[in-house]
Design a protein around this ligand. Structure first.
Ligand code: FAD
Length: 428
């Protein structure tokens, strides 16, 4: 018989539980991706197209193909099932409200058409909802979750299936087109992801614990867009990292990712509603929000982060914390404004991680210190002491010495073309 694997954000052949099971059990397998016009890929369209091209090439190397359709994923999966005589539709379980609604619809339709429907793990290391605190359906605070996560048995990581046997006569369909101009610094796909993982584990993981907050050095893995689209399995990243000295600090970050996925599953309104309501007199200043988006606030470390985002489609985690705290706590602009802009531009932009982190930064989420405000100047001196991160992303300031680069308003004469710091609601 034939099983359909409905791909979504698990675009790989290694360590893919649903694909492995189908290839082991079914006579024929149809790896299917449906480009859903209701999902705006925003700036991630090119990365996604590259990841799909790479997946198609890998599946062809295994004797199969990636079958591509355009339209509603549920209707298209059912159509492909009817065309191929498939008896099963399997997928990797996801957490966003949209994905969950799609899964429920698919489950109903499969029941109506007497098709076997199953969801598999693979999007996170530990399946969301599996770990529960006494008396609750999810963990609200990270540290107890981390302890439970570390102690939980993790799924065995697997390689690619030996062979993908496509049923005869399936029309492969055309891949989504790549945008004309590439966006960001990272190219999509499992092949690139695996190369990056190999090199990073060998060359950089040892420095991670001490260096991961250093803004100028870029010592983090930059695996986030690949994890976002499932080009690499988070279980494989965690398992392989664990063999190296000093891995715990890094594996802990993968656990943060799982943590927000279990929050998003339990609280589907995460992108819209305060997880922990807080009374804030939000500021509606459109000009300040525009200046923040453009990287023209007059606060160099904030502007450097915002311009890195524009140029690379990625931003260092420390910079995300600084620009997020500045927007929500200093300018007092609503976290949704920040989250929307990030969701638009980030290659790793993802419902659980983006909105979970934004709410954390704004003090409406899982932060145990909701009133904390990061002082941008102190953060800049600590994490970009020589000013090299600012110099790289804010060229107007490149000639300033380290003593002035984070406080250009003290420079004489004034730096041409760079604004004075925005007034904030608290200092007028
Ligand atoms: P590394 O330091 O190498 O960490 C390895 C992996 O752990 C990352 O790839 C990521 O998958 C995970 N991770 C690390 N930090 C976090 C975290 N705080 N929360 C959840 N997972 C984490 N990450 C996203 O993947 N998508 C987003 O949309 C996103 N939005 C964010 C918004 C804000 C306001 C903030 C403060 C953080 C956001 N993050 C998001 C988390 C974090 O900044 C990125 O995951 C990280 O910078 C990615 O770089 P890296 O792969 O080099 O991370």
């Amino acid at each position: 018989d034939t099983a359909i694997i409905l791909y979504n954000r698990d675009l790989r052949v290694h360590d893919h539980p649903a694909l492995a099971e189908a290839c082991a059990r079914a006579r024929h397998v149809v790896p299917l991706f449906v480009a859903d016009p209701a999902i705006r890929p925003r700036h991630r369209g090119g990365f996604l197209a590259e990841a799909l091209e790479d997946l198609r090439a890998s599946l062809r190397d295994l004797g199969g193909d990636l079958v591509v359709r355009h339209g509603d994923p549920v209707a298209e999966a059912l159509r492909v099932a009817a065309d191929t005589g498939a008896s099963a539709i399997w997928a990797s379980a996801d957490v966003s409200a949209y994905a969950r609604a799609r899964e429920r619809r698919l489950e109903r339709e499969c029941a109506a058409h007497r098709l076997d429907f199953r969801l598999f793990p693979g999007v996170t290391v530990v399946p969301p909802g599996l770990l529960r605190p006494a008396g609750g359906d999810h963990y609200r605070v990270f540290t107890p979750y981390w302890r439970a996560w570390r102690d939980a048995g993790h799924r065995q990581v697997t390689g690619p299936p030996p062979l993908v046997r496509l049923p005869p006569g399936v029309e492969p369909g055309r891949l989504p087109r790549r945008p004309r101009a590439p966006y960001g610094h990272l190219r999509g796909g499992e092949t690139v992801a695996r190369r990056r993982l190999d090199l990073w584990l060998k060359l950089c993981l040892a420095d991670y614990e001490d260096g991961h907050d250093d803004l100028a050095e870029d010592r983090t893995s930059m695996l986030s867009p690949y994890l976002r689209f499932g080009c690499v399995s988070p279980s494989e990243v965690a398992a392989r990292a664990t063999g190296y000295p000093g891995a715990e600090a890094f594996v802990r970050q993968l656990c943060w990712r799982d943590f927000y996925h279990q929050v998003a599953l339990a609280f589907p309104e995460l992108p819209r509603r305060d997880y922990r309501p807080r009374r804030v007199d939000w500021n509606e200043d459109g000009h300040a929000a525009d200046a923040w988006r453009a990287g023209m606030t007059g606060v160099p470390i904030v502007d450097a982060g915002m311009r890195q985002l524009q140029a690379e489609g990625w931003m260092h985690n420390r910079a995300r914390l600084i620009v997020g705290s500045y927007l929500t706590k200093r300018l007092r602009i609503h976290w949704r404004v920040g989250g929307e802009h990030f969701a638009d531009l980030l290659l790793d932009g993802d419902v659980a991680d983006n909105w979970g982190n934004w709410q954390w930064v704004a003090g409406t989420g899982n932060d145990t210190r909701p009133n904390r405000v990061l002082n941008p100047l102190r953060q800049a001196r600590r994490f970009d002491p020589d000013g090299d991160y600012v110099r790289r992303h804010v060229p107007e300031l490149a000639a300033l010495p380290a003593s002035l680069i984070h406080e250009p308003w003290k420079a004489a004469p004034k730096v041409p073309g760079y604004p004075a710091p925005l007034p904030t609601p608290d200092n007028g």
